[in-house]
Unconditional design. Structure first.
Ligand code: UD1
Length: 422
């Protein structure tokens, strides 16, 4: 089998403009939200990534017909009464757990393998299960989760932590529950609001209240919808950070920057100039940025954990010392070990990384440890002197349509290669 890797010659400043793919973390719950109700749903600007492909496999096995024309995906409901999620794809993607709420709502029963995802931490699902239980679900858990209910009933749920997935799973079940549900301490991530907007378009009664909680009035008839995905804020963030890593000027045409305020504050701390308007977001950065004395990841609107690894790569070449602390996923610092291969000076202690920026990283061969960690290695290679090779790119393909295509359009010297070509 051919093994794809990325080959990058670093040291060139970036320059150019691109459109950013649709959001992965928004489309995955939206695909699960196509399960209940009737009528075709069309998702435009649907990203063509491994996680959506795996989700389509799961949905086809449930009897849904999925077809793609250009950037739009059409989902036609199933006649079948299947409630079992197939093992192979489900164990690969964490978001497969969202089929629990969606299938319970539709079929009153769901069987699915314990979900997978990136190797970035423990990632339990206790909050999902507790919230669904409060709505009336019962579970048996072994290698698979078997869930059933005699009927879902709206209630008040107070999440112990504002988990994105648990909030989404609860919404997916609550739209089919009898009566009103209020989710307190709900995740404030914009992807949750995209899910609500999509469900409203299908006819659901769901909204975010002024205090951040989510209110759902269940059992509305869910019909067809056409929905256009917004730009993926994490992919946008990766490319803005790429400009900070390599220097240069980059414009993201379809990114409003509204959901990137924490990153924009960090970019300006690093000395990069960012401006957002009707024509997208533009960043302009010198070849060597300033360090960030202290930063913690946090739930939205804080600095996103998904951009922590790419930021680490930028700070590895900054002009001074930085400290970055990870508060969401404990194993993200696997990336630091790979960055050392480029000559980075990073020490990790518990949940914090201390970075001493070096004047120039050097090219290296490194292995993507997870999805965003893989993107971080690409950013290290862009600023490094000489040639780099990034292997294990399957992780990167889970969330980036084509990172080499995008960065090449922005002026990087980057290409896909395989062992046959060596
Ligand atoms: C989603 C995103 C992921 C992002 C993360 C945080 C998708 C597909 N993935 O993941 O890219 O990094 O939000 O913004 O949208 N937790 C529990 N029990 C639970 C659920 C979560 O303890 O039942 C913990 C997790 O271990 C983690 C924290 O809560 O420490 C955050 O997890 P959560 O917000 O649920 O992230 P995901 O939905 O998995």
């Amino acid at each position: 089998m051919d093994v794809d890797y990325l080959e990058i010659s670093g040291g060139r400043p970036l320059g150019g403009e691109i459109n950013v793919q649709g959001s992965k973390n928004a489309v995955l719950p939206i695909l699960a939200a196509c399960i209940p109700g009737a009528g075709e749903c069309v998702i435009e600007n649907c990203p063509l990534i491994r996680d959506t492909e795996d989700t389509f496999h799961i949905m086809r096995a449930l009897g849904y017909c999925i077809s793609r024309t250009g950037d739009a995906v059409r989902i036609t409901p199933a006649d079948t009464e299947t409630y079992t999620v197939e093992r192979m794809e489900a164990v690969r993607i964490r978001s497969s757990v969202l089929f629990l709420g969606a299938l319970l709502g539709k079929m009153k029963k769901a069987v699915l393998p314990l979900p997978g995802g990136c190797a970035i931490g423990k990632r339990p699902i206790d909050l999902h299960l507790r919230a669904l239980e409060a709505l009336g679900a019962r579970f048996e858990i072994g290698e698979t989760i078997t869930a059933w209910t005699d009927g879902l009933y709206g209630t008040e749920i107070d999440l112990e932590f504002p988990s994105v997935g648990a909030t989404e799973n609860t919404i997916l079940a609550a739209v089919m529950a009898k009566g009103e549900t209020v989710i307190r301490n709900a995740a404030r991530e914009p992807e949750v609001d995209e899910l609500c907007a999509f469900l409203r378009q299908r006819g659901a009664s769901v909204r975010r209240e002024a205090d951040g909680s989510i209110w759902v009035d269940g059992q509305k008839t869910l019909g067809p919808a056409v929905y256009r995905m917004k730009a993926d804020r994490i992919v946008s963030g990766t490319y803005l950070l790429a400009a900070a890593a390599a220097g240069g000027q980059v414009r993201l045409i379809n990114e409003s920057g509204e959901t990137l305020s924490a990153l924009r504050a960090v970019l300006s701390q690093m000395g990069a100039v960012c401006s957002a308007g009707e024509n997208g977001i533009t960043v302009c950065a010198a070849q060597r940025v300033r360090p960030v004395p202290y930063l913690e990841t946090a739930p939205y609107p804080g600095f996103p954990t998904d951009l922590q690894s790419p930021l680490l790569a930028v700070l590895a070449g900054a002009d001074g010392e930085s400290t970055v602390c990870e508060t969401i996923f404990e194993r993200r610092f696997c990336t630091a070990g790979e960055l050392l291969k480029f000559g980075a000076k990073i020490g990790t202690r518990g949940r914090c990384a201390h970075i001493t920026g070096v004047p120039r990283l050097h090219g290296a061969a490194a292995d993507a440890p997870d999805l965003r960690g893989g993107a971080a290695l690409v950013l290290a290679a862009l600023q490094a002197e000489g040639r780099s090779v990034i292997r294990n790119t399957g992780y990167i393909a889970r969330g980036y349509e084509d990172i080499a295509r995008d960065l090449a359009l922005l002026g990087a010297d980057i290409r896909w290669a395989d062992d046959k070509a060596e």
